[in-house]
Design a protein around this ligand. Structure first.
Ligand SMILES: [Ca+2]
Ligand SMILES: [Ca+2]
Ligand SMILES: [Ca+2]
Length: 387
């Protein structure tokens, strides 16, 4: 039988040390794995997300707990062991979320029970709504801050930066990057000074001390033009509640308002003091998703947020989903292994057994996306790995 035994894709949860896809050959029939590449367009059409793995969060309601925490809850608690109170606020009731990337962007998807980005706007009320992706950018829990300091539960820690959108007073306000790498005002001031030169230090932080900027792919649109090699860009530090800036983080909503898709280009996370990008292919990150809004549109008239379980160990693979496929040749004497042309460069390996496997390179596989191999006796297992 020929079948695809498993395929832990490049968008998996980091269980494998390298991006990995596997096929098994042992004799007769053919099944084909189909996993399209994840090419996302920020346009309010969500068909491009169909094959990106989903993470789910409870549908909130009275008595609905998520790891012992009311699913949509107040934002007044700040301690790790606190249990915030339930708040009825359907607009922040996160129910599904996804993450993917390409060679230069992170993409996030959110689905809620209510309307994402819904804010009141009238003479006396100016509502606020936050679509929040919180990132441990250095795969190190000792840097960054824990979620509970911002009132987000269930908590987890190590979050250094955010990609985030604020809606305010009935409309989009800003899409911005945040850094939490300071534990006092002096450290924050120093961080901001460096950030005007495009440098972000990933350091221990707190929720309280952060900076927040919009990145423009235009040297003149922002208040701080960056030095080379980013001198075709500029940033503006922003605060909540306006004014409106449209930078390089973009978001689009579904017609019914229940879904959004957003993009944050890697470059907006800026560079470390050595000039290396903070966000880049080949890194492993941990990612948390939250929705939060002010009280006006809550039936309980209270601020609320909802935080999903973090996506742990997300690997920013340089390769697209490899789509390793296995088939019998027309003459029946060979087996044809093929994978996505964009994944060329990955190496095909084979082993006779998955018990104490001795994976061996299939020579020549790193410079092609198809190998034709003679059918032998017994069984052979194949996988693709990153070099
Ligand atoms: Ca889309
Ligand atoms: Ca929820
Ligand atoms: Ca960290």
């Amino acid at each position: 039988m020929i079948r695809i035994h498993s395929s832990a894709t490049t968008h998996g949860k980091g269980r494998w040390p390298t991006a990995f896809a596997m096929a098994i050959w042992s004799g007769i029939a053919v099944t084909v794995l189909s996993a399209p590449l994840h090419q996302i367009t920020i346009d309010g059409d969500f068909s491009d997300w169909a094959t990106v793995p989903s993470y789910f969060d409870p549908v909130s309601g009275p008595g609905v707990l998520h790891h012992g925490i009311p699913d949509t809850h107040d934002t007044d608690h700040k301690l790790p062991g606190d249990i915030p109170g339930y708040i009825n606020h359907p607009d922040v009731d996160l129910v599904e979320y996804k993450l993917t990337h390409d060679s230069s962007n992170l993409y996030a998807y959110f689905r809620a029970t209510g309307i994402i980005g819904n804010t009141i706007s009238n003479a006396t009320q100016h509502g606020r709504y936050y679509v929040i992706v919180t990132l441990d950018v250095d795969n190190d829990p000792a840097t960054g801050y824990p979620l509970h300091e911002g009132g987000y539960y269930p908590t987890s820690t190590g979050y250094d930066m955010n990609m985030e959108v604020e809606y305010y007073d009935g409309t989009f306000n800003t899409g911005h990057y945040l850094n939490h790498g300071a534990t006092n005002q002096a450290q924050l001031n120093a961080a901001i000074e460096e950030q005007t030169n495009g440098i972000v230090r990933v350091l221990p932080g707190t929720y309280r001390y952060y900076s927040q900027w919009v990145w423009f792919d235009d040297p003149a649109a922002g208040t701080h033009r960056l030095p080379p090699p980013d001198d075709d860009a500029s940033i503006t530090f922003v605060a909540d509640r306006g004014p409106v800036y449209q930078g390089n983080i973009r978001i689009a909503r579904s017609p019914d308002g229940h879904e959004v898709e957003m993009v944050a280009p890697f470059r907006g996370f800026m560079r470390d003091p050595e000039g290396q990008p903070i966000m880049a292919l080949g890194k492993t990150i941990h990612v948390s998703f939250s929705l939060e809004a002010s009280r006006e549109l809550s039936p309980d008239n209270a601020w609320a947020s909802d935080t999903g379980d973090p996506i742990v160990g997300y690997y920013l693979s340089p390769y697209p989903v490899p789509q390793l496929q296995i088939a019998r040749s027309p003459q029946g004497h060979d087996v044809i292994l093929s994978w996505a042309s964009g994944a060329q460069g990955m190496k095909l390996e084979q082993t006779a057994s998955l018990t104490n496997p001795a994976w061996q390179l299939v020579p020549g596989s790193a410079s092609t996306s198809q190998m034709i191999l003679p059918i032998g006796t017994g069984q052979t297992f194949f996988r693709l790995v990153e070099p």
